[in-house]
Design a protein around this ligand. Structure first.
Ligand SMILES: CC(C)(COP(=O)(O)OP(=O)(O)OC[C@H]1O[C@@H](n2cnc3c(N)ncnc32)[C@H](O)[C@@H]1OP(=O)(O)O)[C@@H](O)C(=O)NCCC(=O)NCCS
Length: 180
């Protein structure tokens, strides 16, 4: 499925304090979607946005991590000054991530889908991982998520096996991607 709209060259970068309005809109939109998807880990509407920006930056450095949380980078894809999607890159795996979540997570706001932004984010993530010396990463998607499956396979994902989703949704397909 595609909107047929050309991709505007996206900027993929860390979250900035100036992103607050667009970020809040994206969070609300993602929560209202069916099924809902999380735009940002550890965020709640009453929080100070600037503190949140600092917090995700600390997590990337491996500082002040919540219990069981691995060091992870949080990035946004920005198109025409608006946040169009988000990218999470985990620099390690815990038990949950090793089976279900994988190293990389991405999501694109509805209005920006079908323009290659998820593919651009996964490619960017592979470069970020390579820069950290990670040669092979795990990327997963629900079996009924045809768009994400296409993104992973287009970026060189090699299917390994499927595993049940603990929340009872369609099973998760596990892929390994070589970062080089
Ligand atoms: C899945 C998702 C990330 C894809 O983002 P996107 O920016 O639209 O992805 P891209 O444009 O890079 O590529 C998607 C490809 O899948 C195709 N596609 C999308 N939905 C499809 C469907 N239902 N059936 C078949 N192909 C589909 C698109 O046409 C596109 O292929 P094309 O470039 O050959 O036209 C986006 O739909 C999303 O954020 N969904 C909600 C959250 C989510 O599922 N995150 C991923 C968790 S693993």
């Amino acid at each position: 499925m595609t909107t047929g709209t050309q991709m505007t060259e996206p900027e993929i970068r860390h979250l900035r304090v100036g992103d607050e309005r667009s970020f809040r809109e994206a969070v609300a939109e993602a929560a209202a979607e069916v099924p809902p998807w999380p735009f940002a880990f550890g965020w709640s509407d009453g929080m100070s946005f600037s503190e949140y920006v600092e917090r995700v930056s600390a997590w990337e450095r491996g500082e002040s991590l919540p219990e069981g949380f691995v060091p992870a980078g949080y990035y946004v894809v920005v198109v025409g000054g608006e946040i169009a999607g988000r990218l999470s890159v985990r620099f390690g795996l815990n038990d949950y991530l090793a089976e279900i979540g994988g190293h990389i997570g991405y999501a694109v706001r509805t209005a920006y889908r079908g323009r290659g932004y998820a593919t651009a984010m996964l490619r960017e993530a592979l470069g970020i991982c390579a820069g950290r010396g990670m040669t092979r990463v795990l990327v997963t998607c629900h079996a009924d998520n045809a768009g994400s499956r296409k993104v992973i396979e287009r970026c060189g994902g090699v299917y390994e096996r499927s595993t049940p989703d603990p929340d009872g949704r369609a099973e998760m397909r596990r892929y390994w991607v070589t970062t080089g």
